[in-house]
Design a protein around this ligand. Sequence first.
Ligand SMILES: [Mn+2]
Length: 347
Amino acid sequence: MEIARLKEKFGAAYEKILTAENILLVTHERPDGDGLATLCALSVFLDSLEKNQTIFCADAPPDFFSYLPNINKLISGNLPMAEPKTRPVPPGAIHPSQEGNNFSAFDLIIVLDCGSLSRTKLAEEIIGRNKNQFVIEFDHHPKTEDYSDLEIRAPLSSAAEVLYYFFHFNRLPFSKDIADCLLTGIMTDTGNLLFGAVTPQTIEITSIMIINGATLPKITRRTSQNKSLAAMKAWGKILDNLKLNKKYNIAYSVLTFAEIANLKKEFGGENLFDAATDILNNIEGVKAVIFLREEEPGKIRGSLRTKDSAVNVARLATYLGGGGHPKAAAFRFPGSIIKTETGWKIV
Ligand SMILES: [Mn+2]
């Protein structure tokens, strides 16, 4: 896709931001580097315009993203309750506090890297918004819904790469903080530039971000050279359980609930499986890799990766009720994993 075709949309987004008075930025639940980095980049930009803003994500960010500028402003859990207004509420009017949160106070809502609206955890509010509330969407996932007033979508490496063009086409400068954010989004969503969605433009933008002051060694140290002992031990168990399905030429590994509970008991720690599926994706010659695990009893999560240009793992993930990108996707379903003599079964 020719990104220049979106030039007008990037201009329209800038216009909307300039005229908005109270802006909500939101990214997806269980936030990753790309979601958080685009949130923070726009937040820093809104600060430079002295805009009122709230930045929201349903789940708290992992601690290692604490270096991102403005991440300390992020609200997770629920949007705050509206402050009781001091001026009298006209008869018949709905008092803002009756609506549960401040959502109706925002005249501009910007949704970043969400893939689907439900991942904002504000779907009801966004769908039922008032006429004066405008929604802009920046995303790089395939389109699944039509909910925004201004949809800026391009199949690029990351939402950060999409947002780069917002600054580029509007001729806005990249401060060191914004460059750090955008480079974080690109690096984390591309496995440090290794994934198939990386193009010459992605590399060019990476270099422009470094020229503008982004510190690549800090970003890789904080986001990828950051594994706990527990996570390394989890990799050990995942590699130990690794098998090859010869019929489909797919490598897979499975962890039962008991195995995960043992790992947690022995080594503690959270985020045991960060980048675990990417490790499996280093196997030579297979069509795809699958990592299945039962982290909570009765809930199975699966992650899929491929480096085969002819394989689209998002299609399998979507079939199983999940979603994602052609080269990296995930799904969940109810069930328990039981170890058998020859492998595993799901009940
Ligand atoms: Mn992303």
